[in-house]
Design a binder for this molecule. Structure first.
Ligand code: FES
Ligand code: FES
Length: 158
């Protein structure tokens, strides 16, 4: 066990966390910082539920140790939008009813936001490729792809 104080920027705010430096980021977010929007699923980088943006790239927080985020910029679902100021992707997901139980959606929205930031007008194939690491047991994938296309058309990535 190697306790360490790590500084990082989360959702635009500088944070400092003291923990074992091998602690997976998903536990730091949920248990140390109270950011419960990031979900834990498989814990093995297999389901996509826990994805967050790390310096603009969507990564599994269950497979990202604390030491790897030192001085980096992390964006979680809480950083994408607020209930009274939704991100265009969140609004599009509501409009398209692109979820059922919702468990997978935090990670999927983060990956979609990372895609639109890099590629504001993605093709359907590019969206499907970006969402490929994400499992949705409710089978809402097609609605999600429609929602991302809708958000892109509304200028979410520009
Ligand atoms: S919980 Fe991280 S990929 Fe499944
Ligand atoms: S909406 Fe239930 S797992 Fe995706």
């Amino acid at each position: 066990m190697a306790l360490r104080t790590v500084k990082l920027t989360i959702n635009g705010r500088l944070s400092s966390v003291e923990a074992d430096d091998s602690t997976p980021l998903v536990y730091v977010l949920r248990d140390e910082l109270g950011l419960k929007g990031t979900r834990l699923g498989c814990g093995q980088s297999q389901c996509g539920a826990c994805h967050v943006m790390l310096d603009g790239v969507s990564v599994p927080a269950c497979d990202t140790p604390l030491w790897a985020v030192e001085n980096k910029v992390v964006v979680t679902i809480e950083g994408l939008g607020q209930p009274d100021a939704l991100h265009a992707l969140q609004q599009a997901f509501i409009d398209e009813q692109a979820a059922q139980c919702g468990y997978c959606v935090s990670g999927i929205l983060v990956s979609a936001a990372a895609l639109l930031a890099k590629r504001p007008q993605p093709s359907e194939a590019q969206i499907r490729d970006a969402l490929d690491p994400h499992l949705c047991r409710c089978g809402a994938h097609n609605r999600m792809v429609r929602a991302v296309l809708k958000a892109a058309a509304a200028g979410a990535g520009t």
